[in-house]
Design a protein. Structure first.
Length: 110
């Protein structure tokens, strides 16, 4: 059952053309899990734990920041592309480059 749900989820992301975005989201989730693991492995001494945590945050913060920025840029780019395609389709439907020659309800020439 879980395998079917994962398969369906993968198929949906690919079907709507957002599999790259999903991949980036998975990277962020993975980084969050690594952070939680690092918290579990902190030394028992509070000062040492604070130092180790700040060092870990500094080292991984840059990577997470870059991934978050990349994710944001990717999402904006995909949205812009989808908007442009939608506008182009609307424009073509309203102003076809040549008259429709199709018989019936469904147009296949535009």
């Amino acid at each position: 059952m879980v395998e079917t749900i994962l398969f369906d989820s993968n198929r949906i992301w690919k079907r709507v053309g957002l599999h790259d975005l999903r991949s980036q989201l998975e990277n962020v989730v993975s980084a969050a899990k690594h952070f939680e693991q690092a918290l579990k492995e902190l030394p028992s001494c509070d000062e040492c734990a604070k130092f180790a945590l700040l060092e870990y945050i500094q080292n991984t913060g840059r990577k997470l920041g870059a991934q978050a920025a990349s994710l944001s840029v990717l999402a904006e780019s995909l949205k812009s592309t989808i908007d442009a395609v939608h506008n182009y389709r609307t424009e073509l439907a309203e102003n076809p480059p040549h008259p429709c020659n199709c018989k019936g309800d469904h147009c296949s020439c535009h």
